[in-house]
Design a protein around this ligand. Sequence first.
Ligand code: GDP
Length: 302
Amino acid sequence: LTRLKAKLAKSDNPFGKVLFNILTKDNLSEADWEDVEDTLLLADVGAEASGQLVDELRTDARVNDRSNPAEVRAALKEKLLDLVGRDTDRRLNAEKPGANKPGVIIMVGVNGTGKTTTAGKLARLFVAEGKQVVMGAADTFRAAAADQLETWGARVNVPVVRSDKDGADPASVAFEASAKAKETNADVLIIDTAGRLQNKANLMDELGKIRRVTEKNLPVDEVLLVLDATTGQNGMIQAKVFAEAIGITGVVLSKLDGSAKGGIVISVQKELGVPVKLVGLGEGPDDLAPFDPEGFVDGILA
Ligand code: GDP
């Protein structure tokens, strides 16, 4: 938590701070309210949530009074926390009581967003909890992807099921990985997939097949979409394609360490109706954390 706060605080010009500076001016003109809205839009909060927040701030007594900056900050924090969702259940399904064993997690997302890295970091988190993990390298499109996952596997001491052939059928890797997880009675199976967006029909076919084939062995508990926090509204478009192609149960927002925006947390939840469950805060093995709404909002207000 402290680490998350420290990392987020390092972002240049977090948007909450910009908002606070505007809201504590002596007089608020229409132009200032436009600045508030533009700041939210630039931070990727999304049009709907931005409009909602502006309306709420405009009618808030503490903001209108402005004599006490601490109260203005408190009002802003409260409303941001409401938007982010302070009480949302963000546990991975594999961590909920009565979860399936093995719990199955499929990682999806556009190439380069950090899927493979996140799979490795996630395996490490489970291993740290004493869980037995299997990973499946169903990204058979990019030759280096299976090698990369294997490197992570060796690093965190988790077996990786892969194919030796380039361009092998990703679903067959998913089948073998789920068979192995079942046989060895693992706690968690994490399947990495390829994310080519050029052709939506192909993507749907491929992800659908991976899911169906996996389900011959084990029920799929979770589909985690990895979204790069620095890609903004483009990331939202990608997210919708994946949500349609396979259905997602949660989002991992990667590269939050490199983004002063972060408002995408709000827009992605609002538009997809699924929570941000984890955030990526760097390239190292420990740089994945459960998403903490309070720490996040403190970070953007820092
Ligand atoms: P994939 O193609 O989606 O599997 O993406 P990779 O896992 O190969 O990651 C792409 C690049 O992003 C790599 O250089 C990773 O080290 C980097 N990366 C992944 N997650 C994070 C993160 O949370 N923060 C930062 N700064 N870099 C990350």
